[in-house]
Design a protein around this ligand. Structure first.
Ligand code: 8IG
Length: 265
């Protein structure tokens, strides 16, 4: 085991101890706009401050709300909600970014749902659209993998889970997500570059987590909420408050969508 996997195993052991749940099955990372889903998915078994778990940032870094929650669905499955996403722009360390996902894998999760809010490079896929990821482009220049770890990244985003999501909401789009480092939004030229490279979406998360999940052999579903058109696509300048407002406006709809998807997994 690598040091990162050992630390994740320790965190998973602490989750088992705190929840009394031996094996979790599904892990969720809830990005901007998606956090309301947890209440609809199941009953809360335990809520653990992330700062109490090995390898997670302490309170000062994580903020007050960073918790790892264990839910039990009506059909008796255990879901781990990872409310402690660390963005690459916060820590500049892809191994730290991947710790929560590795912990979920060590806790037994074989399925991972990664959600985010993002920009769109395509005017026809505007704010409020929900996109299932077919692939990603990692533009961070970083990786959570260490040493000569040659992981295949083909088929990272499960076609099976994507089809399941589309069967629940036929309005879902498919798209390729490009992870930039942030925290600044892109220049219009960078958005055009991403579009030329084949990216439909631009954001600041998900790809690094998907790499770690892939290494761990997890089946991955990526769900993006488009909160804005990428810089230069819409004509209007990006405004962080408008991005937040668009996320808040879509929250009830996408939360119930995610709850339906989890029920069907
Ligand atoms: I919400 O337009 C959200 N997150 N990189 N670009 C990037 N991240 C984002 C954007 C965006 N909107």
């Amino acid at each position: 085991m690598t040091h990162a996997q050992e630390l994740a195993s320790e965190a998973a052991a602490a989750i088992r101890a705190a929840t009394g749940v031996d094996t979790h099955e599904i892990a969720l990372v809830l990005g901007s706009g998606w956090s309301g889903a947890a209440e609809l998915i199941g009953e809360e078994v335990a809520s653990i401050p992330a700062a109490d778990l090995p390898g997670f940032p302490d309170h000062a870094v994580a903020g007050h709300t960073a918790t790892i929650r264990s839910l039990r669905t009506p059909n008796g499955r255990s879901v781990l909600v990872l409310g402690a996403r660390q963005h690459f722009y916060q820590v500049r360390d892809a191994v730290k970014v991947a710790h929560a996902v590795r912990t979920a894998a060590a806790a037994g999760c074989s399925t991972l749902v990664l959600t985010n809010g993002c920009g769109s490079t395509r005017p026809e896929v505007g704010p409020g659209s929900v996109v299932t990821l077919t692939d990603h482009i990692n533009l961070t220049g970083a990786t959570p993998l260490e040493g000569a770890t040659f992981v295949s990244m083909t088929g990272t985003y499960s076609p099976r889970l994507r089809e399941l999501a589309h069967s629940i909401d036929p309005d879902l789009k498919n798209g390729v997500y490009a992870q930039f480092t942030g925290p600044q939004y892109e220049t219009p030229a960078e958005v055009r570059m991403a579009a030329t490279m084949g990216a439909d979406l631009v954001g600041m998360s998900t790809a690094l987590e998907a790499i770690a999940a892939r290494e761990a052999g997890m089946e991955i579903l990526g769900l993006s909420l488009v909160t804005n058109l990428g810089a230069g696509i819409g004509g209007e300048e990006l405004n962080h408050q408008e991005v937040l407002d668009a996320g808040a406006a879509a929250a009830p709809r996408i939360s119930s969508l995610l709850a339906e998807i989890v029920k069907a997994i």
